[in-house]
Ligand binder design. Sequence first.
Ligand SMILES: Cc1cc2nc3c(=O)[nH]c(=O)nc-3n(C[C@H](O)[C@H](O)[C@H](O)COP(=O)(O)O)c2cc1C
Length: 651
Amino acid sequence: MAFDTLFSPIAVGGRTLRNRIVHAATVTGLGRDRAVTDRLIAYHAARAEGGAAMIVTELMNVHPSSSGAPILVSLHDEGNLGGLARWAEAVERHGCRLVGQLGHIGRQQLWGLDSVPRSASAQPEALYWNSARPLAEDEIPGIVAGYAESAERLKRAGFSGVELHGAHGYLIAQFLSPACNDRTDGYGGSLEGRLRFLREAMAAVRAACGDDFIVGIKLPADERVPGGIDPDEAERIAAAAAAEGVLDYLSFSQGAFGLDFDTHLPDMHYPPRPFLPLHRRLRAAAGGLPVIGLGRIESADAAEAALAEGACDMIGFSRLLISDADWPRKTRARRTDAIRACTFCNYCWGEIHAGKPIRCFQNPMLGNAGESGWQPPPARERKCVVVVGAGLAGLEATWVAAARGHAVTLFSASAQAGGAARLEARLPGRAEVSQTARFQQRQATEAGAAFRFGEAASVETVLACDPDAVILATGSEMRRPPALAEDAEAVDLRSAVAALVEGEPGRSPGTAVLLDMDQTPAVYGAVELLAERFARVVLLTPAAENARFVNLMSRMGVERRLAQLGIDVRRLTEPVAREGERVACRHVITGAETAIKDVALLTYATPRIARGGLAAELKKAGIPVTFVGDCLLPRDAASAIHDGHRAALVL
Ligand SMILES: Cc1cc2nc3c(=O)[nH]c(=O)nc-3n(C[C@H](O)[C@H](O)[C@H](O)COP(=O)(O)O)c2cc1C
């Protein structure tokens, strides 16, 4: 498909954007002490260089009463002017417009309560039940002035514009939403009253910045909290905001702090573009202003189609551009196969929510200087390298080493690349996991690596390659739980899943019991498979909660699916014995015993044991050996890939 519309220019607020690709606002966790850092600038400069036409920064605080985490830059602080100016220069010099997101978090304390939150009223939010002190009427003008002064500071710093964050349940949405705003003064009650704060903020920003400056807004499309802003109310709000005559573009997003929080960032379990039909409907209310459509728009074809069908005028991408800063440039050059495709796993969001700098599990260069256009640096001396294991760690080491000019041979016992991720990709809702290995294998092939698939490496076959170095990426296996030591029929979850996906489809009338001591996303994909194949599924975990290693955003979806599938979830419980089709369980705190009947499958996902075969003999033969991924220490896919990447760079 030609991407003519995607790469056509568009006028927004008196500026011409070079194409329709916008990096949607994205907290990077790269700010420090509420100030701009070099890495924050490098992250955005790479995406400007990579070809985005406009970048909306992460939420930045417009007023001291919005404190949040210290990773968020304070726009109310004149001391940040220098950093903001360096940031603007670094982005704008690539022909990309930098737009600062103006935010006030109000009662939503995503990083925990560190101050006294202020909001439209004292209603607790629906996620952590945080309450807030209602803003007194005479405090509101100071906050409105914060929006205007922050915008004016950004203009002085060289930014092209601002976006008011009116979505995701932050302060503007707290005023707009009937679920939060129960004020009885002129800022509450009817829609007119609830719109007043937004109107004042928009007008103040425009008055402070003049016409030659982009002023956009991100508005709720559907809050999905009881009594909140539904699509009908969102339509009325969008029409009213557009009618003010001060905005240059609108953008829509869904979800607030609540149990549908995950609709902010629909993950790989959602169908692609789940909210585009809603954004299309809201575009009709936007009075002809350009609209940014966003939310799991997964490919250039999908983006082009969305524009052609009139669902939106520009495409907002967050996760796609986290995964590959050069997505626009590669797409334009028709090199879409060279894109490191986002898997929509939300790992990036999990990292920033944990208060850490943003990471993408499959993009080790993220946020480093030189990220755009990065190629592995050529090796000083061409070495013969053997990699053992074609999981994500081994594949990463293979492509990076080969691209550096080394002669690389990859041994894989399996006939195909991908290791555990290949099996995971066959689970319900997990198909996109396969994208990572596809990219790595393509890169390795292009760089000339030799693949020996279906060949379990032995000391002899490895030594026959006469290697200068060996990278071992032989993975891990699940530890058999002590209580099931004598139970030959109890199998680890990977073996159970492999048997199910390879075997005959059909449903057992019995019960599948899964002991979950892993709590990663793959386990819950496996639970869905078990629910398809067994009449009942019991999920046992000795932990107090589920999905501890699934980011909070995607955990909402896990909980929803467990409930919808009728999974019998027993927390703080472990199996202690099996007799025929009966499994005895124990509450790990009280010791109380329960039983599960009609058990047809007992399987476990447990802390893993590294597989390190070959190393000792290779070392004895004088070959330097590096362990990467699970065979070094079983951890997550990010650690595996980043290990493989580092190992190849030091060869
Ligand atoms: C790590 C991360 C941080 C985000 N931070 C913000 C933010 O500061 N402000 C905002 O309006 N949206 C934020 N978003 C939401 C995105 O702007 C966007 O609406 C959402 O990710 C859906 O787009 P996508 O499917 O292209 O990722 C964030 C998304 C991610 C992944």
